[in-house]
Write a protein that binds this ligand. Structure first.
Ligand SMILES: O=C(O)CCC(=O)C(=O)O
Ligand SMILES: [Fe+2]
Length: 311
């Protein structure tokens, strides 16, 4: 498997120098890698430990936190539930979703259900509330570099993501047995949101579909996070920033007997944000592909139905 030669950029680089580099990486791969991302390593270590403790619980205990009516928005989603758009086999993964704790009385509560927390695991709520907040800050800085690269004000995204519907996903891919059939850990898909910040891709398996139609492996160095563009940012930028298809391949040999854990933070817009294609991304050669307007929440609900998380 060929390696994707994605640059590893420091988030501490000053923004005017970072912006064109991050832009080039995204335009080339739909992906970049970031070190010095500002998320505390001790906090990340605690988060991995708690993630493992949760998935080690008996399935009956985990199922207490499954709410099938909610599109998997909060709490637990069991093994083999989600299916990549257009795929026939369900993914070999189980996950837990954490959303934003909204301020009291927020009108956005109608589209963002409250969090649920597993009472069996001490410190889960505190650790993941803090990690959510740190992901939120790092994500806003990445978007600021993207804004500068697009010729927008550096803080353009701030009001669009304020109290946004971002979701942190704790993922567990169990060891892969012989009986997997045609199923894989995560089928080829594009993310729905603006950008995804991913921890844990040091354990092999993540691959992106290159522009030449070949799968390339994504292998971040220790301490770096992987970041990719989702469909919402692709839509907003009229495909200047591409949402790149990716998957998680099954392990072979010895690694097949190991679990893989990863932690994507799906950074979303506010639910009431209305898509209007950025004028900076429209020209005579590339006319607006999305003249019709839709809110972020209507777009999301439509997409969740496609991946089996909503009926
Ligand atoms: O586990 C990974 O490395 C990637 C997961 C992913 O692409 C997703 O959950 O959307
Ligand atoms: Fe993904």
């Amino acid at each position: 498997m060929e390696l994707a030669e994605i640059p590893v950029l420091s988030l501490e680089t000053d923004r005017d120098r970072l912006a064109p580099r991050i832009g080039e990486s995204f335009r080339t791969f739909g992906f970049t890698m970031i070190r010095d991302h500002g998320i505390d390593q001790g906090l990340i270590d605690r988060a991995w430990d708690l993630t493992q403790q949760f998935f080690d619980l008996p399935v009956e205990t985990k199922m207490k936190y499954f709410n099938s009516g909610q599109g998997g928005a909060r709490g637990y989603t069991p093994f083999r539930t989600e299916v990549a758009k257009g795929a026939t086999e369900k993914d070999l993964k189980e996950f837990w979703h954490i959303g934003r704790d909204l301020p009291e009385g927020s009108a956005l509560a109608a589209t963002m259900p409250p969090n649920v927390w597993p009472e069996e695991i001490d410190g889960f709520r505190e650790t993941f509330t803090e990690l959510y907040n740190q992901f939120d800050k790092t994500g806003a800085e990445v978007l600021s570099a993207i804004a500068v690269d697009l010729g927008l004000d550096a803080r353009w995204f701030d009001p669009a993501i304020e109290d946004g519907n971002s979701v942190m996903r704790l993922l567990h891919y169990p060891p892969v047995s012989e009986g997997a059939g045609g199923a894989i850990r995560a089928g080829a898909h594009e993310d729905i949101n603006l950008i995804t910040l991913l921890l844990g891709a040091q354990e092999a398996g993540l691959e992106l579909l290159g522009k030449n139609g070949k799968w390339l492996s994504v292998a971040p160095p220790e301490g770096a996070m992987v970041i990719n563009i989702g469909d919402m940012l692709q839509r907003l930028t009229n495909h200047v920033l591409p949402s790149t298809t990716h998957r998680v391949r099954n392990p072979t040999g010895d690694r097949a007997t190991y679990s893989r854990y990863s932690m994507p933070f799906f950074l979303h817009l506010r639910s009431d944000f209305r898509f209007v294609t950025l004028p900076e991304c429209i020209s005579a050669d590339s006319p607006d592909r999305y003249p019709e307007s839709i809110t972020a929440d209507d777009y999301l609900q439509e997409r969740l139905r496609e991946i089996g998380l909503k009926s």
